[in-house]
Design a binder for this molecule. Structure first.
Ligand code: PGA
Length: 245
């Protein structure tokens, strides 16, 4: 049983069309009645194509909308295929995920991540910074070193961290159904928090209605970044309900 303020962030990745918005009213209805809703913050991060229609659907629901990535340029520019934070903000996004491992794996480096974070904050978006180690790094026992580096480089020269949330997502856990051992996760989250006082730290990677029973017992976690399960409103609601049961 928790009464803690917790984040539940839905990362839809490259899934969903306009018809995927049809079932959102279920989550909005649930959230309105949910007796713990003042403790639970829900943020939906759909593909950019759905930000505006989703924002309109969720208006008055107190559920926020965010983006999954952005360009590092604050102003307009000749960057084919890109969208900057200001543009995301103008269509209703309040948050942006930056440094997701799926983007890091396709070449996004810490320096670029740092620029994206700065320009997002300047554009008044709140940032969810994803960090996490590969299986190889875990086996080499360099997880903490990797995470420290990702945070240090990602947040370089950013003094005001009040609009930053960290999401710890071990890469080997994303989409695999495998979650870290309870004691390991507790230790890793404590490590991140010890070095970054005041920052909220979420966990992400294969969160589902079954393993939430285990994950919720790790009491230093401030919420969850949920991929696959968040596309199904029933599962998403279940995860939130069980966190508080
Ligand atoms: P998953 O994805 O819940 O499907 O493992 C999490 C994420 O990539 O943010």
């Amino acid at each position: 049983m928790t009464n803690k303020y917790m984040y539940f962030i839905a990362n839809w990745k490259m899934f969903g069309g306009l018809n995927s918005l049809n079932s959102l009213h279920k989550v909005a209805k649930f959230y309105k009645k949910f007796h713990k809703s003042k403790f639970a913050k829900i943020i939906y991060c759909p593909p950019n194509t759905l930000i505006r229609p989703m924002f309109k659907k969720l208006v008055n629901s107190r559920i926020d909308v965010g983006a999954q990535n952005c360009h590092e340029n604050e102003s307009f520019g000749a960057f084919t295929g890109s969208v900057n934070p200001r543009m995301l903000k103008s269509v209703g996004a309040k948050y942006v995920i930056i440094g997701h491992s799926e983007n890091r794996q396709s070449g996004e480096k810490n320096k670029l991540i740092n620029s994206k974070i700065k320009s997002s904050l300047n554009s008044n978006l709140k940032v969810i910074l994803c960090i996490g180690e590969t299986l190889k790094e875990k086996r080499k026992k360099i997880t903490k070193k990797i995470l420290s580096l990702q945070i240090k480089a990602g947040l370089k020269n950013i003094r005001n961290k009040k609009n930053i949330i960290i999401a710890y997502e071990p890469i080997w856990s994303i989409g695999t159904g495998i979650i870290p051992k309870t004691n390991e996760l507790l230790d890793t989250i404590n490590f991140i928090k010890k070095n970054n006082k005041k920052l909220k730290v979420l966990y992400g990677g294969s969160v589902n209605p079954k393993n939430i029973q285990t994950l919720k017992s790790i009491n230093n976690i401030d919420g969850f970044l949920i991929g696959g399960a968040s596309q199904n409103p029933k599962k998403f609601i279940d995860i939130i309900k069980k966190t508080y049961n």
